[in-house]
Design a protein around this ligand. Structure first.
Ligand SMILES: [Zn+2]
Length: 114
């Protein structure tokens, strides 16, 4: 499962951060997740709740997910539009010369210690 790999990766990073900052317990982690980042938030939370129990400093750690709206830019008409509704084709002019501006993020925004 893709989400599980993602969760392990995040936990590794947080454990490193916790060690550097001498934290003994991490209570909340906030992730920023783009709308089209190929990670399904519901699966991510399930994997998270299972995986954190195996890590002493994160046993009670909650996961907050901030979704980032996906926006695509059209090079032909210089407009932006919502990616989820329209995909790769610009709804303003029908061009396919478009690229994703935001929406593919997967970032640890902040961690909170007790
Ligand atoms: Zn366009």
């Amino acid at each position: 499962m893709h989400e599980l790999g993602v969760v392990f990766h995040v936990i590794d990073q947080i454990e490193e951060l916790a060690e550097e900052n001498k934290l003994t317990e991490v209570s909340t982690v906030t992730l920023q997740l783009g709308e089209v980042s190929a990670v399904i938030p519901e699966y991510l939370v399930d994997c998270w709740n299972w995986a954190v129990k195996k890590h002493e400093i994160m046993k009670e750690c909650k996961l907050n997910i901030e979704k980032i709206h996906a926006v695509t830019y059209c090079e032909d008409c210089k407009e932006t539009y919502a990616t989820v509704e329209h995909g790769k084709t610009c709804p303003h002019c029908g061009s396919e010369h478009t690229y994703l501006v935001t929406g593919n993020e997967f970032l640890i925004k902040e961690i909170e210690a007790c």
